[in-house]
Design a protein around this ligand. Structure first.
Ligand code: NAD
Length: 348
């Protein structure tokens, strides 16, 4: 017998609530758009006309006075997340929360403690886990062509004079919180190792507010892989988006063609070289003179289809599958944001 659809309420009808969550919920089997909440009446009217939710409310208090959703999707500005997640748990609802889970590590730990106390389910939306780009990268990480990967350089560049709530520190804005939450999670997902060392610089350059729009972070994982992350929203020229180096080769990304070029060798094909023991370099040569038998492999994103995130939601919230984004990963990402901010001298 089919399970009844999850009665789902969406909090916040902005960029992500409107363009992604509501659209997914109305089209995905297993979900019913029971309610939408937004303080802006015109957004509720727009949602009523287009998506026909069960009900529209201007506040969460009004929602819980009338309904008990199975699942609450939190897509409001980040500074509301903690209070709205705790409120949902208190009303017996599970929560699918947009990233970042909260504005601080302290708030994150309060949320996780409440999740454990109430026995509710919680998962954070991390869409960069499911893109073809990440699925192709997952294959590059697991298939071993590059040998032992030791460095991941990832750059995201643009020039934006930021002027919305994301421009303000008091609202939990800034590009470390905003994009850092994506790319640090993506690295954690690909590399499957917690973090042990953080170095970070933050600047507010092109933004009209006081929150960071330039992030330079170097994060070392417990397995010694280094993430060198640039999020630069004050850059007139793009930086190369990806450079991934391993002991046997390197991968670079061609964003236009959506493909990865791997240059690598098979260790068994290298010639044998003796390590010199003396202090006079043999033949006054600067290198061994060997020719590396380089191979090239092209990995195309199109061969790695995107994963459907709401299917992962259904498996977790309506079924008994483990969460696609475990809360332990969310804690690790939020710890990384905290440590980066602290290292940069932009304490919470
Ligand atoms: N996963 C992603 O790719 C992605 C993309 C964009 C935003 N986000 C995250 O989603 C959240 C929302 O960001 P956005 O860009 O959609 O913001 P937005 O400014 O576009 O929209 C926010 C919406 O929330 C409403 N709102 C304000 N106060 C509210 C409250 N107390 N309760 C309910 N709704 C309220 C606003 O009226 C507005 O409609 C942020 O945490 C952001 O980091 C994630």
């Amino acid at each position: 017998m089919n399970k009844p659809a999850l009665k789902t309420a969406v909090l916040g009808l902005g960029r992500i609530g409107w363009a992604f969550h509501v659209q997914q919920i109305v089209k995905q089997p297993g979900f019913e758009l029971a309610a939408v909440v937004d303080p802006l009446a015109e957004r509720l009217r727009e949602a009523a006309a287009q998506f026909h939710p069960g009900a529209c409310y201007t506040s969460c208090e009004a929602l819980y006075a009338h309904q008990k959703p199975d699942l609450v999707v939190v897509a409001s500005p980040t500074s509301f997340h903690r209070q709205q997640v705790l409120q949902a748990f208190d009303h017996g609802c599970d929560v699918f929360c947009d990233k970042p889970l909260a504005v601080s590590l302290q708030e994150t730990e309060q949320i996780i403690a409440a999740m454990q106390r109430t026995g509710r389910k919680l998962m954070v939306f991390q869409p960069h886990r499911v893109t073809p780009e990440t699925c192709a990268l997952k294959a590059i990480f697991s298939d071993g062509w590059l040998g032992k990967i030791y460095l991941v350089k990832h750059s995201v560049t643009n020039f934006i004079r930021r002027c919305d709530w994301q421009a303000f520190r008091k609202h939990g804005g800034g590009m470390l919180n905003n994009y850092g939450a994506h790319y640090i999670d993506q690295f954690l997902y690909l590399n499957q190792s917690k973090f042990r060392k953080f170095s970070c610089e933050l600047r507010a350059v092109a933004t009209l507010g006081d929150a960071d729009d330039v992030v330079k972070a170097v994060i070392t994982a417990e397995n010694d892989v280094i993430l060198d992350l640039d999020i630069n929203m004050a850059s007139a020229q793009p930086m190369p988006p990806w450079y991934i180096a391993g002991s046997c080769g390197t991968a670079v990304y061609e964003a236009g063609r959506q493909e990865w070029t791997l240059t690598y060798f098979e260790p068994g094909e290298l010639t044998r070289i003796e390590l010199q023991s003396g202090l006079a370099a043999a033949n006054r040569a600067y290198s061994s003179g060997e020719t590396i038998p380089w191979k090239t492999r092209i990995i195309r994103n199109q061969d790695y289809p995107a994963i459907d995130f709401y299917e992962k939601c259904r498996e977790y919230f309506a079924g008994d599958r483990a969460p696609f984004v475990p809360v332990s990963d969310t804690h690790e990402v939020m710890r990384a944001l905290f440590e980066c901010r602290r290292n940069a001298g932009w304490d919470e």
